[in-house]
Design a protein around this ligand. Structure first.
Ligand code: DON
Length: 576
């Protein structure tokens, strides 16, 4: 197995906490010696992804003179092969691209859409009860996939490679196979029941005799190689109108699914304007609807900017309390207002305005947690009209890419398209199956996120690019369902407020509050004294496993710093 550039600690929460007690103000790239956690450093570019093989092929593209978008599309297809539990061509996502030369930051929205035959109550039984099994583990759980069209659009508009060139490493990895790392084998073992339920999925992940692949064995995916080869030869429309489309439709027809030829042929990615805000002199760009991520990052930063977070310090009860209070208020608004802006009006201007943040801040007490029951979605007028993967890439010519894509759960619906070698998403669960009923991440959605044909389901994915003095500065984002937005927020605050280098910023322990349930979730690594102080203010603390995996980059003083998130054992950053 090839070694990979991964940070040297895992589960060392207490050590991290001790490190973080040291003031690191504005340390990012100036002098790293003397610090305990070290980012990967490059002078001409950086790739940070959740799988070392994807990092490697994207790095090769940059080294050969390709730009950050070329490298991103190459990584996106490679992850579909090396990390099939979340890397995907059967799902969708969002890509932010920042071009320093033009000053433009754009977002490619390749989120899945609801099929034309989808209805508002399709996941409710005759008594009107939401049936989560239907929205998660059936063929009806799948939205129309957007990844192939989205990556192809990025390449066409901003890349220099042909689609066939960007697909070549993925095809090679699928055909020749790769050595199975421990995380891959563990994932398959954990999801064993789901992956053996459908013959097409069983055939993909298990040997012919039904036994699992062992760590170090070679994993080949001939059906996926054939699918990717068809796309390379015939173009992205092959997935939507060619043999691959036929295989998807046949799979749907055999199992009562809804996606038709017309749904596939009609799928189009969109280019959108990202949400934008300002935080302590930095320009923050993050994904706009149909993601809630960008809106709420900006909203929370607006609330928090008025406090002396740096002075309070990382991991201090005051800091954590204020973050939790901001989070609760943002997630309450999410439950009411957020949805696909092509279908519903979302008060984006209000939600991201400083005036509204002032109003929300006025309701925050420093010495007492506001119980979630006392927080209702606010009034941000005026109206104007558990596996995902994130990667960050920057080149030496001022182009940066922040991409998060997903099939929703680890292994999506668990259903592989027979003969095509890829898993279908279960993104339909991100709609509200019934207003007020939580989805898999405990997120409540309202009318704004009800199911409608052709609509995109609300997401939390938050690919983010922060600029400083007009230059790309921080590129980040994360998986983690509802915790994506708060994970991304914390990476940003760790760098901007606490002056951490990017490796320390992604490694630091995290917290999360999403309004409902009323609990403050925390990773290991915060001190018991601090947690006691938070409990005394009324917070209910719940200790959680690791949250998020924020593969990130900071660019400063002409140097590229890569932070691979230690929460994924395959994470890697490579600079050049
Ligand atoms: O779009 C969303 O918000 C979710 N489908 C993302 C799912 C996810 O991050 C699962 N990961 N760990």
């Amino acid at each position: 197995m090839r070694p990979h550039a991964l940070v040297p600690f895992l589960g060392a929460g207490l050590v991290v906490a001790a490190l973080l007690a040291t003031p690191l103000a504005q340390a990012q790239s100036a002098i790293l010696e003397g610090e305990r956690f070290h980012p990967e450093v490059g002078t001409r570019g950086m790739v940070a992804t959740s799988h070392f093989l994807a990092t490697e092929v994207a790095h090769e593209v940059l080294a050969a003179g390709g730009n950050a978008v070329d490298a991103a599309v190459t990584a996106g297809f490679a992850l579909a092969v090396t990390q099939p539990r979340s890397g995907n061509i059967g799902g969708g996502g969002f890509m932010l691209i920042s071009d320093e030369d033009s000053g433009e930051v754009i977002a490619i929205d390749y989120r899945e859409t609801a099929p034309a035959a989808a209805t508002e109550t399709m996941f409710q039984d005759e008594q009107g009860n939401a049936v989560s099994e239907w929205s998660r583990f059936t063929h009806r759980a799948a939205g129309v996939p957007g990844t192939v069209a989205g990556l192809a659009l990025a390449l066409e508009e901003y890349g220099t490679l042909t689609l066939a060139e960007a697909l070549a490493p993925a095809i090679r990895l699928a055909e020749e196979g790769f050595e199975i790392p421990p995380r891959f084998a563990e994932g398959v073992a954990q999801a064993g029941d789901r992956l053996t339920r459908w013959e097409s999925t069983r055939a993909m992940f298990f040997k012919e005799d039904g036994s699992p692949y062992e760590v170090g064995e070679t994993f080949r995916q001939p059906d996926l190689a054939a699918t990717l080869t068809r796309i390379a030869e015939q173009g992205a429309r092959e997935f939507y109108e060619g043999e691959t489309a036929e295989l998807i439709v046949a799979e749907m027809e055999r199992h009562d699914g809804l996606i038709t030829r017309e749904d596939l042929a009609g799928y189009r990615p969109d280019i959108r304007e990202p949400s934008h805000g300002n935080y302590r002199g930095h320009d923050v760009y993050a994904m706009s609807p149909p993601s809630s991520g960008g809106v709420h990052i900006v909203q929370m930063l607006n609330i928090l900017e008025a406090y002396d977070i740096a002075g309070m310090g990382f991991g201090a009860a005051d800091t954590m309390h204020l973050m939790a209070e901001a989070m609760k208020r943002a997630y309450a608004d999410r439950s009411e207002y957020l949805g696909d802006t092509d279908f519903v009006e979302v008060p984006l201007e209000g939600l991201t305005s400083e005036g509204y943040a002032d109003e929300l801040r006025a309701g925050i007490a420093l010495d007492r947690a506001t119980p979630s029951a006392e927080i209702a979605p606010g009034n941000p007028l005026p109206y104007e009209s558990s596996e995902t993967t994130h990667f960050s890439i920057a080149d030496g010519d001022g182009l940066a890419v922040s991409n998060t894509y997903t099939i929703n759960f680890s292994y999506g619906s668990g259903i592989a398209v027979a003969g095509a070698g890829f898993l279908l998403n279960n993104e339909m669960d991100d709609f509200s199956a019934k207003p007020g009923v939580p989805n898999a991440y405990g997120l409540i959605g309202g009318e704004a996120n009800k199911i409608e044909p052709g609509k995109r389901m609300l997401s939390s994915m938050t690919p983010t690019i922060v600029k400083r003095d007009g230059r790309n500065f921080l590129i980040t984002g994360s998986p983690g369902g509802s915790r994506i937005i708060t994970t991304t927020l914390q990476v940003l605050m760790n760098v901007i407020d606490h002056g951490m280098n990017i490796q320390s910023a992604v490694s630091a322990p995290r917290l999360h509050h999403q309004w409902l349930p009323d609990e403050l979730r925390i990773e290991a690594g915060f001190s018991p004294d601090t947690l006691a102080l938070l409990e005394a203010r009324g917070h209910t603390i719940s200790q959680e496993a690791a949250m998020g995996a924020a593969q990130s980059i900071v660019i400063e003083d002409g140097r590229f710093h890569g932070g691979a998130d230690p929460r994924r054992s395959t994470s890697s950053a490579m600079g050049l």
